[in-house]
Design a protein around this ligand. Structure first.
Ligand code: ZN
Length: 79
């Protein structure tokens, strides 16, 4: 029997934070709260997933500022 398995890492943008100044590319760009999710799948069905990193991401250059879980959750709840 052949078992088809694999894994991939996705970035999920969860909240738009508006335009802010990026220290890396020096532009005022859209910033997003996002998290990197690792997924393990068998026959195309995800059987295990885990959040690897939480961060604020610049939409222009993709630089990330990592956040811990408490800071991320707090920023997610802010309006
Ligand atoms: Zn940038």
């Amino acid at each position: 029997m052949v078992i088809v398995y694999g894994w991939k890492t996705n970035i999920k943008k969860e909240k738009h934070l508006g335009k802010k100044h990026c220290t890396n590319c020096s532009h005022d760009e859209d910033m997003f709260l996002a998290k990197e999710i690792f997924k393990l799948h068998i026959f195309g069905i995800p059987i295990f997933w885990k959040t690897k990193r939480r961060f604020v991401m610049c939409s222009n250059c993709g630089v990330v500022e990592e956040l811990n879980k408490a800071d991320y959750t707090e920023r997610l709840k802010e309006l």
